[in-house]
Design a protein around this ligand. Structure first.
Ligand SMILES: Cc1ncc(C[n+]2csc(CCOP(=O)(O)OP(=O)(O)O)c2C)c(N)n1
Ligand SMILES: [Mg+2]
Length: 470
């Protein structure tokens, strides 16, 4: 008897699905004054169907006036499908789009005190001081290069203000064997690894010592020595590359992973999705680090995705994922430390989404006060500053003082001004270098272009920089 009722109800639900999706059913027109409760079942179904296009609504058969009280799962009805068993149920329930917001892991409170009961990776005095000093160095570097751009000495610059903890704490949790594939707002990772202020200055000034031989805009750093792939302007191209690098590390049995950084804007690119899926399927040791700083130039995250940021997307691709407070250096350090361990020991991808805020303009070509409230920027610059929060913790341990701070800032400033002077005076790369390093032998079309360029420079010398050896 119970089985007969169950079968009857299941049939009813199936008929309803056919009506809904095979378009064999025609609804009666809705009367203007009918409330959903008073409307006939068919009309109400249509109304629900239209209403269900609103984000955040889930649609279940109850809303189609079908009695589902006896249609719970039947343990005998299991589909043995490739990839895993699936339970059949007669209840027609759509999975709701993600509405709940995934929690954010933090260790330090806003006053730089460890939240009691926090689970985190220990950071001793020496490491803590090195992390803080490198954050300060990054801040000074940003200030001086930004000023140099404003003075017209370099063509472009882009700061990491507000994201210093992400840069330094994530780098500190890696080893030098881990391969980094950055976006562009992570020079602190390179700084941590030992790229000198002179090397940064050489790249920004595009001189003869720049490893890119002056072919790229400033901030396109890279270093073979430090396992840091060169920054590439097109957004997200580094993400699939990181998966390839991780696959290679896996094949070679290395005790290392690849780590790729990208912004919230990067997750809107197809490359992000292809990379996550590929990494999950191939079981490769890669850490995907998303800096969700709320903005992709002038596009806020609310206009980029309806999902709960990037963290939920990791889950959707079958990747273990965590959301972390990107302005808490200890939380970032602990999460990346654990992510790296898991990625290598279990040979699997891990996604870390750090919530933060881009306090500076997108770059020197941008004025962010044109599209976002100044109060919002000020709030993040002052109340949520990751550097001062971390400093409070380091100071609270007796590991830092005002005197240390003043001495360090003045030392870095001097070193950087000196590095800039050297970089600025250094010779530019010769014009011929514009055509090398892509092909083993320069092809005829590029030789032709070089010839034309030389002729044009000769004809219009005033239009070309005089300090580039021709
Ligand atoms: C493929 C591609 N599309 C567009 C751009 C222009 N562009 C440069 S940066 C950027 C925003 C990226 O935002 P996000 O990834 O959030 O990084 P953030 O600048 O916030 O650190 C865009 C759209 C680009 N460089 N490459
Ligand atoms: Mg962004």
């Amino acid at each position: 008897m119970a089985m007969a009722v169950w079968l009857g109800r299941t049939r009813m639900a199936h008929q309803l699905i056919r009506r809904q999706y095979l378009h064999v059913w025609k609804p009666k027109p809705l009367a203007g004054d009918q409330t959903p409760a008073a409307a006939p079942a068919a009309s109400w179904s249509l109304r629900r169907r239209l209403a269900s296009t609103t984000a955040g609504e889930s649609v279940s058969p109850q809303q189609y006036d079908v009695d589902c009280s006896a249609t719970s799962s039947n343990p005998d009805q299991i589909l043995d499908f490739p990839g895993g068993k699936v339970m059949f149920v007669s209840e027609m329930a759509f999975q709701s789009e993600s509405r709940e917001r995934i929690n954010c892991y933090r260790v330090l409170d806003d006053n730089g005190r460890i939240i009691s009961g926090s689970c985190f990776q220990e950071v001793g005095k020496e490491l803590a001081q090195k992390m803080y000093s490198t954050m300060v160095t990054l801040q000074v570097m940003d200030t001086i290069f930004y000023e140099a751009q404003r003075q017209g000495r370099i063509s472009f610059y882009l700061t990491t203000i507000g994201e210093e903890a992400i840069n330094i704490a994530s780098a500190a949790a890696l080893t030098s064997d881990d391969v980094v594939l950055p976006q562009y707002r992570e020079p602190g990772v390179l700084l941590w690894r030992g790229f000198t202020l002179q090397e940064f200055a050489n790249q920004c000034f595009g001189n003869r010592s720049d490893y890119g031989k002056g072919r790229q805009m400033p901030i396109h750093y890279g270093s073979n020595r430090l396992n840091y792939f060169t920054v590439s302007s097109p957004i997200a191209t580094q993400i699939p590359h990181a998966v390839g690098a991780a696959y290679s590390l896996k094949m070679d049995g290395k005790n290392a992973c690849s780590v790729t950084y990208f912004g919230d804007g990067g997750t809107s690119e197809g490359d992000f999705h292809a990379a996550l899926n590929f990494a999950a399927v191939m079981d490769v040791p890669v850490v995907f680090f998303c800096r969700n700083n709320g903005w992709a130039i002038s596009t806020p995250t609310t206009e980029q995705f309806r999902s709960d940021g990037a963290v939920i997307r990791g889950q959707a691709y079958g990747i273990r994922s965590i959301r972390v407070d990107g302005n808490d250096a200890l939380a970032v350090y602990s999460a990346v430390h654990a992510a790296r361990e898991m990625a290598i020991s279990e040979c699997r991808p891990i996604l870390v989404e750090a919530l933060t805020y881009r306090v500076g303009h997108h770059s020197t070509s941008d004025d962010s006060t044109k599209y976002r409230p100044i109060d919002e920027i000020e709030h993040w610059r002052t109340s949520r500053d990751p550097v001062s929060r971390y400093r409070k913790w380091v100071e609270g341990n007796g590991w830092w003082s005002d005197a240390d701070e003043a001495e360090l800032r003045s030392k870095v400033r001097k070193e950087l001004l000196q590095a800039i002077q050297v970089a600025e005076r250094a010779q530019k790369p010769p014009l011929a270098e514009l055509f090398t390093d892509v092909y083993d032998t320069v092809p005829s079309n590029l030789r032709e272009q070089e010839k034309l360029l030389r002729e044009t420079v000769k004809k219009h010398p005033g239009d070309y920089p005089s300090d580039v050896p021709v």
